[in-house]
Design a protein around this ligand. Structure first.
Ligand SMILES: Cc1cc2nc3c(=O)[nH]c(=O)nc-3n(C[C@H](O)[C@H](O)[C@H](O)COP(=O)(O)OP(=O)(O)OC[C@H]3O[C@@H](n4cnc5c(N)ncnc54)[C@H](O)[C@@H]3O)c2cc1C
Length: 447
């Protein structure tokens, strides 16, 4: 019997692992399981709706899931619907590619006040993730603080500053377009603890902030005077140099012409979220960098009136039952993709993607990462204990006996078609469906 491998997670890492398996292992059958009824992980549920080119990577991921040697089993949560041990009974090897489902916290007082939210939730909401209540957010704040200086923070600031017209051509669910059209947001403050030279925006993302229909971009020239450490960073990193140049090009836009404003606020660290029943302001302390780039507070405090705070200070994986987890680094411990517990390799268990290396890199980074994992798996395969020689349908039967509505690849294709059709009627590429019950009905051919 040909080897059987389960890949848990159908984001880029899981799909690239499946691709490497069919390409390099030859005769192998791969099941890709996902907790969501739809595939593609964060490509579908985090890449911003106004970035259709990046979203279109899902088309090449689909060609892998379309392969006869690969089977998609959606709406299956590993750890709840089926355990890792059960997977190891049915498959010769299991690749964990569950990404990073939660966010890092700022660790400051007031962080849990209503109106103080995580980027994870906000992004999942506007991308139509069925696990987020459609009514979870109302954009009734006039001023919003977005804490973070990377592409996720940039995405959120840009999305909040977009006009209804700019968003109308995207694939966002109808209720999201309605929420953005009714948005009260006028001022968006991007808050960074360090300086422009240390910001982690890619230059392309940064430039986009200055190219919005409705929003001006404001930057304080004083923030662009380089301290000793920043000067060193700029001289050694072309990416940092480009970012600083882009920012310098925006200096002097003192007169705002437009309806909305993005304020770039460098050298500010949040020390408290203020408010009684909900967010009313964010307290910021001015920072400075020492020669080693370490951040120090200056004691210079300002309270910025905002009604919403979004923390975009990093994603983080969640522990999965039956798997070791390194709380410090927030990843599954591994040696070249082989999962280990306290240095002892767990036979048949592998990890790839964000669950393996943390939330870094671009989508393509997961390809190399998944290949490394698959190479380890293939080296080990001849010596791995073989799984039960039952029918490939045994897993599906087990899940169905537990009341799980497994979404097949044909089921996903039906959802895909329904979304594209709904979009076409509105003159846009797709209108995402975010209601889980509706997704399951369509997948079952009852839509
Ligand atoms: C807001 C945001 C915007 C981004 N924009 C870009 C961009 O424009 N360009 C770019 O190159 N990169 C972008 N990225 C990064 C990119 O999305 C990641 O590199 C990539 O998605 C990581 O892949 P992954 O497969 O490890 O994880 P994920 O994409 O998160 O996939 C993990 C999958 O595992 C599933 N899963 C989780 N737990 C379970 C379980 N228990 N059982 C079954 N399935 C489970 C999830 O449902 C998910 O489908 C962005 C990331 C974020 C957060």
């Amino acid at each position: 019997m040909q080897p059987r491998v389960a890949v848990v997670g159908s984001g880029p890492a899981g799909v690239y692992a499946a691709e490497a398996l069919i390409r390099y292992a030859g005769e192998v059958s791969v099941d890709v399981l996902d907790a969501l009824p739809a595939p593609f992980g964060l490509v579908r549920y985090a890449v911003a709706p106004d970035h259709p080119r990046t979203q279109s990577i899902s088309e090449s991921l689909a060609t892998v899931l379309d392969h006869p040697g690969v089977r998609f089993l959606g709406n299956v949560r590993v750890g709840a619907d089926i355990s890792i041990d059960e997977l190891l009974e049915h498959y010769d090897a299991v690749v964990i590619a569950v990404g990073a489902a939660t966010d890092r916290r700022m660790g400051i007082p007031g962080e849990d006040l209503p109106g103080s939210v995580s980027a994870t939730d906000l992004v999942a909401w506007y991308c139509g993730n069925p696990d987020v209540d459609p009514g979870r957010f109302v954009l009734d704040a006039s001023s919003v603080a977005v804490v973070g200086a990377g592409n996720v923070a940039g995405d959120i600031a840009r999305m909040l500053a977009r006009s209804a017209g700019e968003l109308a051509a995207t694939d966002a669910p109808d209720h999201i377009l309605a929420a953005f059209a009714a948005s009260s947001v006028r001022d968006i403050h991007l808050i960074a603890r360090r300086g422009p030279a240390q910001s982690r925006f890619t230059t392309r993302e940064l430039r986009e902030l200055g190219d919005l229909e409705l929003a001006d971009l404001l930057v304080d020239p004083a923030d662009l005077e380089l301290d000793a450490h920043s000067a060193e960073v700029v001289s050694s990193s072309s990416a940092a140099r480009r970012n600083v140049e882009v920012l310098r090009g925006w200096v002097g836009q003192a007169e705002t012409r437009l309806d909305r404003r993005i304020h770039l606020r460098f050298f500010q660290r949040p020390v408290e979220v203020l408010g009684t029943d909900r967010v009313e302001a964010i307290r910021l302390e001015r920072t400075r960098l020492d020669v080693d780039g370490e951040v120090h507070g200056t004691g210079d405090i300002v309270d910025l009136p905002v009604q919403m705070v979004v923390r975009a200070v990093g994603y983080r994986s969640l522990p999965l039952d039956g798997l070791p987890f390194d709380e410090g680094s927030g990843v599954v411990p591994h040696l070249n993709g082989r999962v280990h517990r306290d240095g002892v390799v767990m036979p048949g268990l592998y990890v790839a993607g964000w669950a393996k290396r943390g939330p870094t890199g671009v989508i393509g980074t997961n390809k190399h990462d998944a290949r490394e994992t698959v190479r380890s798996l293939m080296d080990d395969l001849p010596a791995l204990p073989r799984a039960a020689a039952d029918s490939p349908d045994a897993v599906v039967q087990l899940l169905e006996s537990r009341g799980v509505d497994v979404v097949s690849w044909a089921g996903w294709r039906a959802i895909d078609l329904a979304e594209v059709e709904a979009g076409r009627r509105q003159g846009r590429p797709r209108a995402k469906i975010s209601d889980r019950a509706a997704l399951l009905r369509i997948a079952a051919g009852e839509g």
